[in-house]
Design a protein around this ligand. Structure first.
Ligand code: PRT
Ligand code: MG
Length: 217
């Protein structure tokens, strides 16, 4: 078995925050990821390769062993319904919160304690169902792939479940946060079989990353 370690990275904002951590752990891509059309990159560590894929695909690659390690938003991990993954390390990057939000006007006379049935637009269908079911609240969930903030403005839903960081997007659309579901950051995840078969190399890499995370805060 090769000792090459494949790490699946989430494209976009998570990637930007992941690369400095990897660099501090001794893993730097040999070419500029943002300027290349390649999907697999060699790194300064001859035993480590990086792949850059859609954020929502990272857990799948890691579960099936197509990647040994991955970096994935906790939101994506919570929504993913596979197993075979270890959540190894909170990288404390791309931090935000998963919230229920609604129009300012509605919020004036709304108390989450009185909720019995909700019409929610979100891309986090599984998380939303689980969250409200646990509280005995019925839901009609409308699955969207983006721009959730638009849904209440056009009468598609009363409320949304979405990520919030600065709160500017909600504000710009007349929405306010009414309930907190989870704090979100990106995590290092590992394939369970890889953790056994490539233990030595993975352990060393994870330790380096843990130090890099500490240094960043
Ligand atoms: O865009 P694409 O469909 O290709 O993929 P993606 O949306 O999954 O990728 P990308 O690059 O947007 O990264 C998403 C991941 O970044 C999420 O899964 C989170 O783990 C993390 N993250 C951290 C965020 C935010 N912060 C965030 N603020 N992802 C999205 N947002 C969006 C949010 O959905 C809302 O529309 O930003 C808006 C709110 O931001 P504020 O600052 O106005 O509150
Ligand atoms: Mg996006």
């Amino acid at each position: 078995m090769s000792t090459t370690i494949n790490i699946a990275l989430s494209k976009g904002r998570i990637l930007e925050d992941t690369l400095p951590l990897l660099a501090r752990a001794g893993v730097e891509p040999l070419e500029d990821i943002n300027k290349s059309r390649k999907l697999i990159f060699d790194t300064s560590d001859a035993d480590v390769k990086l792949t850059v894929i859609r954020a929502a695909d990272v857990p799948t690659y890691v579960q099936y062993g197509a990647a040994d390690l991955g970096v994935s938003g906790k939101d994506v991990l919570m929504e993913y319904d596979g197993d075979g993954l270890y959540e190894l390390l909170d990288l404390k990057i791309a931090q935000c919160r998963l919230m229920v939000a609604e129009p300012e006007q509605l919020a004036k006379n709304d108390d989450p304690k009185n909720w019995t049935r909700l019409r929610i637009a979100t891309k986090y269908v599984n998380i939303a169902k689980r969250h409200f079911a646990a509280k005995g609240i019925q839901t009609d969930i409308i699955k969207l792939y983006g721009s959730m903030e638009l849904a209440p403005l056009v009468g598609l839903s009363d409320r949304i479940v979405d990520l919030v960081s600065t709160g500017k997007t909600l504000k710009a659309n007349g929405l306010v946060e009414v309930e907190h579901i989870a704090d979100i950051s990106s995590w290092l995840v590992a394939n369970k079989a890889s953790m056994k078969m490539k233990h030595k190399k993975l352990k060393a890499l994870v330790e380096q990353l843990a130090i890099a995370v500490q240094d960043q805060s």
